[in-house]
Design a protein around this ligand. Structure first.
Ligand code: 8X3
Length: 257
């Protein structure tokens, strides 16, 4: 296992779920982390807790990845000691609604496309040139089983995750001579705030998604991310797909009564 100690890791969407678990996992491995999210109070709390528990440096930054200028400015104005980002975790993302396409609200599409696709592009485009200049970088995108398959009522969410898969593969090709690793971690049913957000706070609907099976957790995904980030330099994990044990595909799920 390659040491992650003293690496600088930049994580988007770090205020909850997979992003938060990933922040703790890197800190446990001695990395210094920049945690970003829209909700400043949450990442400040997380930063304090991580510093206390693991003694690493943590920089919380309020960031809305949908805002191109804000992304560019944030990366440009990083304090000197935080500039040399080794690993980027493009985690910020969400699903909004689960509706037949012709009944869906187009406002949902803006939010998903702006965050899952354009946000990931803005952040990557702002950080990657520095990695190339320094001769090393690892970009780990959080994709989804929805990037491998389409499912009913998920046209736009599935499209955004297919886009993440395409971006991952293209950027890997574009940087092949630059010592940059590009990976994607694609999960199925992970119980986080994901379904609550998808169903606009309808907790009953959200709970039903995970009913009758044991879903993955943010920590399960963070384990895979750490595995991916800690391989020896000659190894690139192109992709890891994780499903819940009772899940065969995005929609084929075995639930106990
Ligand atoms: C989350 C997995 O199956 O709800 O990306 O789309 S799924």
């Amino acid at each position: 296992m390659e040491s992650l100690k003293n690496k600088i890791v930049f994580i988007t969407g770090a205020s909850s779920g997979i992003g938060k678990s990933t922040a703790y996992a890197f800190a446990k491995n001695g990395s210094n982390i920049i945690i970003t999210a829209r909700r400043k109070n949450l990442i400040v709390e997380i930063a304090d807790d991580i510093k206390k528990k693991y003694g690493v440096n943590v920089l919380p930054i309020q960031l809305d990845v949908r805002n191109k200028d804000e992304v560019i400015e944030t990366i440009k104005s990083l304090p000197k000691e935080w500039e040399n980002i080794d690993i980027l975790i493009n985690n910020a993302g969400l699903a909004k609604g689960l509706n037949k396409f012709y009944e869906d609200d187009p406002n949902n599409w803006d939010e998903m496309i702006d965050t899952n696709v354009k946000g990931l592009l803005f952040v990557t485009h702002a950080i990657l040139p520095g990695m190339i200049e320094r001769g090393f970088g690892h970009i780990i995108n959080i994709g989804s089983i929805a990037g491998h398959e389409a499912y009913p009522k998920g046209a736009v969410y599935c499209a955004t995750k297919h886009a993440v898969d395409a971006i991952t593969r293209s950027v890997r090709m574009d940087t092949i001579d630059k010592n940059i690793l590009v990976s994607t971690i694609d999960a199925g049913l992970v119980e986080t705030n994901f379904s609550n957000i998808r169903f606009n706070g309808d907790t009953e609907k959200a709970k039903a998604v995970y009913k009758g099976l044991k879903p993955l957790t943010g920590d399960d995904i963070a384990d895979a991310i750490i595995f991916c980030a800690s391989r020896p330099p000659h190894v690139n994990i192109a992709e890891i797909t994780l499903l819940a044990a009772r899940q065969a595909s995005a929609t084929i799920v075995y639930r106990e009564e």
